[in-house]
Design a protein around this ligand. Sequence first.
Ligand code: DC
Length: 250
Amino acid sequence: MTITIDGPAGSGKSTAARKVAARLGIPYLDTGAMYRVVTLAALERGVDLGDEAALTELARTADFALDPGPTHIRVTLDGRDVTEEIRSMRVNDHTRFIAASPGVRKLLIEKQREIGARLGSMVTEGRDQGTAAFPDAELKFFLDAAIEKRAERRLHELRADGEEVTAQQVLENLAERDRTDAGRAVAPLRRPPDAIEIDTTHLSIGEVVDTIIGHIERAGLLERRADARSAGASSAQAAAGGAGHRDSKS
Ligand code: DC
């Protein structure tokens, strides 16, 4: 069972995906973390962010891993924990170059599908999960919220991580990312036509999670999971109950 959650930055999709996955007892995949870690690798190695061939090669060879953590996914690059570094404004300001690379996107989507096949069941979130990566997902969601609200959430997260940023900087960064996410030639951010749209502007994270779980229940997916379980532990359920996934590019 694959459940996709797409939406713009600050729409609440990462937290929602993690909490929905926890409620279902299945792993979640934060695909933004993949674009972020490749961005960090490019910045550290001084790769020209406009060099498509170099970016694709970097995405192919970079040794990174994603492991579920208590608050968000734990990410390592060359064995070093970069979980916090990939959320910095420096990385925020440059992800759009990586996200615009057709070669990088192709590689990361392949990786996401491999992870999905290995896990069997997961909640995956990003910009293109219900469109490009998993068009046949059982259930798709699209989360959105007013930009001021999304900026407020981002500001809160960044400050909690010790970043010294102003509300204006965060708002401008978000507006710029909205423009590049929606306007890029490859895999622009689009609501999948068959997705359930949720406006999270006035909802708490608990309400967003309850809404999503309600849809999953009504779609009969909870029963399907229960049936699969009682029929014997499939690899999907084994993965779901276990330590999640590890994705290494080495
Ligand atoms: O969701 P996020 O802010 O962590 O995403 C980081 C960047 O990666 C952002 O520029 C959008 C991009 N991204 C993407 O293009 N496709 C995805 N599936 C996930 C993220």
